[in-house]
Structures are given as C-alpha cells and as structure tokens.
Design a protein around this ligand. Structure first.
Ligand code: AMP
Ligand code: MG
Length: 326
C-alpha cells in the first residue's frame, strides 16, 4: 500500500514539516529557521518560534501536497537529540495532530534520519559524514546499531563556524557567510586536530580568530579555516570507510551544503573508488521529510511502537537506537 507519512522536525533552530509517501515521493518540505537577533540560539526563544510557526508550516505542507489530514497514515517526529524546549514543542505538535486524527505516532532519532535519507538517494549501506550545527559525527551501521566511528570531542563544526563568524561580526548563520568569503589564496598555519577517530574544532576557531585579529585578510583566514575543518572531517570519514570496508559515503547536516566540503568529499571518494551521495541542500539541512522517511522505514521494518515513542530524549545518541528495520 502506498501510505503517506507526516514528519516533524524541531530539535534545534529549524521547525520542519514534511510529507513523503512510502515510495519516497516528497510531497512537501516546509521549513522555518529561528535566527537570533544577537548571540547564539536561546532554546526557549527557538521553541517559541517553532510553536508560532508550526500552524503555518502545517497549513502550507497540506496545501502543497493537496491532502487532507485524514489521508496521513503515520506521524513521525524527532525525539532527540536536541534542545529540550524545542523538542517538546515538536512533540506536542506531533501528538496533537496524531491523536486528534487517530493516526499512529512514532518518535525517531534525528541523526539516524540524516543517514537514512541518503538511502532515498540510492545508497544502501553508507558511512554518513554528518556535519551540522551541534552534531559532528561519522556514523555507519554495524551489528544491529548505527555506530559512531568518530565525532567531535568539543563543539560541533557548524557551531564553531557560527562562533567564529559571530566574533568576526558576520551574523548568523556563519557557515554560508564564511563560504562566500573563503577565497585564499594563502593557506595559513592553523590547528589540524584529528585525535584517533575524533576531531576537535574549538582550538581551530580560536586560532582563526587570532589570525584575523593579527591582521590577516578575512578571505585568507576563512579559506584556511574551511580547508582545515573540512579536511579533518573528510580524513575521519575516509578512515571509517577503510575500517568498515563500506563503499558508499553520504553527506548530511547543514555544513554539507558547503561547496568546498562537497568537492573535498567527492575527490576523496573518487580516489578511493567509493560512491558519494550528496543529498540536495533541502535534505541536508534539518527537515521534516527525513524524519517522516525514517519513521516509515522503522514501522515498515520490525520496529514496534512503544510508550517510549511518546517521550522526547535530549541526549538520544545515535548508538542507543536498536536498529530492527534493516
Ligand atoms: P543544521 O544544524 O544541520 O541545520 O545546520 C546548521 C549549520 O550549518 C549552521 O551552523 C550553519 O552555519 C551551517 N551551514 C549552513 N550552510 C553552510 C555552508 N554553505 N557552509 C558551511 N556551513 C553551513
Ligand atoms: Mg541535523
């Protein structure tokens, strides 16, 4: 049967409502990002943005998909990981919609959703290089779980870029602004911190800021910053490919919108003879479609919805999920 799934995302700054069919046809992908007036994300303010915008996103999604709520057969929302107030807002919207229309409700892991949307792109058993604001992980399936093969040991790569940009007076989100400025041509000497399979970005961002303060042009600093941060990420991804013997790489997360990162990952995978799947930017960033798609994979597999699905989980790690649907 071709069923239709509603996916709801609210783990951090983005509220998303997506509608996708069980065959993988995307009917709508509505998103709205909370942008703080100054400073970083304030969880309660982000949550307020989400609760204000959800009715609008629902409305737009159903209009675009040309559907009635009663035509939805599953509601899937991101249980975690994420910011408590934001998660609770999405969960409340999901519960209200599911219960009022008597539709089953499932809660899914946000990071796993970034990986599984790569399967929609044609990957079958990939390594995911997941580079977002708060999350920086290299994930792959092994023995009933999605395992974290490497990750940041301090801040997420996107948060690091945002912090550098904020301190350099560029505003939020910083990643795209850094990308526009990053022209080189000189490659400055900055920390390159790969420790085992893990990465550290904090020192890199601080060092980049002091290069800027000591008079290096912003084009050179942002270029060097990107080169180091992305090379570190690609190195860990490549070693995860070597270690697992997998032959597919998927990119995910907002930072995966970056053209230089995409280019580096493409070069690395070509040199290894591995396929590289790069979802469209709409599907790399946080979105409801990937949440709906994962929810459907789970119920279509052996996953049994339980009471737990009703509860958000701020620290819901990738490797806590029992993968019963593969
Ligand atoms: P996410 O948390 O996955 O929604 O991603 C948000 C993060 O992606 C923010 O930290 C942004 O600065 C970052 N980001 C978005 N677009 C780009 C880009 N083109 N280059 C680098 N970082 C980006
Ligand atoms: Mg994300």
């Amino acid at each position: 049967m071709n069923s239709i799934i509603l996916g709801i995302e609210s783990t951090a700054h983005t509220a998303g409502v997506g509608i996708i069919t069980s065959e993988g046809k995307i009917l709508s992908n509505q998103r709205s990002m909370y942008i703080p007036e100054e400073g970083g994300i304030h969880p309660r303010e982000a949550a307020r943005h989400h609760s204000d915008i959800f009715p609008v996103l629902f409305d737009k999604a159903f209009k675009e998909a040309n559907l009635k709520p009663s035509e939805i057969s599953l509601v899937s929302y991101a249980r975690g990981p994420g910011l408590g107030p934001c998660l609770r807002t999405g969960a409340t919207a999901a519960r209200a919609f599911a219960y009022s229309h008597e539709i089953p409700l499932i809660g899914v892991n946000h990071c796993v959703a970034h990986l599984e949307i790569g399967l929609l792109e044609g990957a079958t058993d990939p390594v995911l290089l997941y580079l977002s604001g708060a999350n920086t992980q290299v994930i792959a399936y092994a023995s009933e779980k999605y395992r974290v093969f490497g990750e940041t040991i301090d801040i997420g790569i996107g948060n690091g870029l945002d912090k550098f940009a904020r301190e350099a007076g560029m505003g939020f989100p910083g990643g795209p602004k850094i990308e526009k400025l990053a022209k080189g041509p000189e490659l400055l000497d900055l920390p390159y911190s790969v420790k085992g399979m893990d990465m550290a970005f904090s020192g890199l961002m601080t060092a980049a800021k002091s290069k800027l303060d000591s008079g290096h042009p912003i084009e050179t600093v942002t270029y060097s910053l990107q080169e180091n941060a992305f090379a570190m990420s690609c190195e860990v991804a490549e070693r995860a490919l070597a270690h697992t013997g997998k032959t597919e790489l998927v990119l995910g997360g907002g930072v995966a919108c970056n053209e230089r990162l995409r280019e580096m990952a493409t070069i690395m995978t070509e040199e290894r003879g591995v396929k590289c799947f790069i979802p469209s930017k709409d599907l790399c960033v946080d979105n409801g479609v990937m949440i709906g798609w994962l929810g459907y994979q789970m119920v279509n597999g052996d996953y049994k919805i339980t009471e737990e699905d009703n509860r958000v989980h701020q620290k819901y790690r990738t490797d806590m999920v029992e993968v019963t649907w593969r």
